[in-house]
Design a protein around this ligand. Structure first.
Ligand code: NI
Length: 374
């Protein structure tokens, strides 16, 4: 079995959750060290950064893989199914990690022909949307002029990649609303202020923030996903709690929504004689694929024999966008065979997609260095 397949199957069998990727990190370190790849001395609790340096000093590009898994109970029946029951690489981060390890070996074997340096970033906790910030707290992106990441796409067959210019994923923000009324007997609502009725009106009104404030051609959504109030049937409670997420592609829409949402929550609550408190927790922005580098990534894919498709727009989140704030780059979807959706217990990567992805990502880095060195 190839080193790449060994890595993929080992990683798949040993999934670890965000910020718990100790065994995963140790495994990557061991295998890269065996391959003679230099590991940079950054103090990351989990995750690591390696590099392959050409003979001459030159430009620097970075490739990034995320290494964490999900709290999903695997149902694939694979021979190398998860040993950590209840945890699963259901988003293909085992694919990203093993492909980047193989990329490191390919680049290491071509070291003398590299026109600069390739940083290989193994990032923790992408599923928490903030592992990228741990890496960015080191100087891993120092001097980097272009950055790329691959992500599995179960909507493309093996041998296909999908790219799009601009947003290849949405911004991921979270909000909380607490509505306070006045508790009373369920049979005497006139003696209190019902926070459930007020909060329910807020749930409906919140949908108008997108439909009436955002241009219909711009993707944006507000989802209230958690609603809690009351403890029993004959008491009107004091308060109601809600939380949810906002996703956008355009930065100006992202700026607008929290203020509108807060105004709607407070205004509607006031209309019912209640008050609303609003809290906003900003996550990563939308990815922003650079037009020139996107065209370049497509061109390299064609040269390595891959089919290139326009990636469909989506509202998923991806903290790779933080790297794109440091250097232009591209977030690329790689076909792993048509299978169950990401995060599904039946998600399976077709192993035939591993090798072409590694060859592609090595070519991407090598050619990007040559382009920058010109
Ligand atoms: Ni993912």
């Amino acid at each position: 079995m190839s080193l790449l397949k060994q890595d993929f199957e080992w990683l798949h069998a040993h999934p670890e959750l965000s910020y718990e990727e100790y065994e995963t990190t140790a495994y990557i370190r061991k295998r890269l060290t065996e391959a003679g790849v230099e590991i940079l001395p950054y103090t990351l609790e989990t995750g690591l950064v390696a590099q392959v340096q050409g003979k001459q000093p030159g430009p620097i590009v970075a490739l990034r893989a995320d290494i964490d898994a999900l709290l999903v109970k695997e149902e694939t029946g694979l021979a190398y199914q998860s040993c950590n029951v209840g945890k699963m690489h259901a988003c293909g981060h085992d694919f990203h990690t093993s492909v980047l390890m193989e990329t490191a070996r390919i680049l290491q074997s071509q070291k003398d022909t590299l026109a600069g340096t390739v940083r290989l970033i193994f990032q923790p906790a992408e599923e928490r949307s903030d592992g990228a910030l741990k890496v960015l707290a080191t100087d891993a992106m120092e001097g980097v002029q272009a950055v790329f990441a691959l992500h599995t796409a179960p909507w493309f067959p093996v041998g296909t990649i999908g790219v799009r210019t601009g947003a290849a994923s949405a911004s991921v923000d979270r909000f909380e609303i607490t509505v306070t009324g006045q508790g009373c007997h369920a049979a005497s609502p006139e003696r209190g202020v019902d926070p459930i009725v007020a909060a329910s009106a807020i749930v409906s009104a919140a949908q108008t923030v997108v439909s009436r404030n955002i241009a219909p051609v711009n993707p944006a959504l507000v989802s209230i996903t958690h609603f809690e109030a009351g403890t029993t049937w004959n008491v009107i409670p004091e308060s109601a709690y809600m939380e949810g997420t906002v996703r956008t592609h355009a930065a100006k829409d992202r700026e607008l929504i929290p203020a509108r949402l807060e105004a709607v929550a407070k205004g509607v609550a006031a209309g019912y004689g209640a008050t609303a408190e609003f809290q906003w927790h900003a996550g990563p922005p939308a990815t922003d694929n650079d037009p020139e580098w996107t065209a370049f990534a497509a061109q390299v894919a064609e040269q390595t024999g891959l089919q290139v498709k326009e990636d469909p727009a989506n509202m998923l989140g991806e903290d790779f966008s933080y790297f794109q704030q440091k250097a232009p780059g591209v977030y690329i979807h790689v076909g792993v065979g048509l299978t169950k959706s990401l995060h599904n217990p039946g998600f399976v990567v077709d192993e035939a997609s591993l090798e072409p992805a590694a060859v592609y990502s090595a070519a991407l880095a090598k050619n990007a260095l040559e382009k920058l060195a010109k």
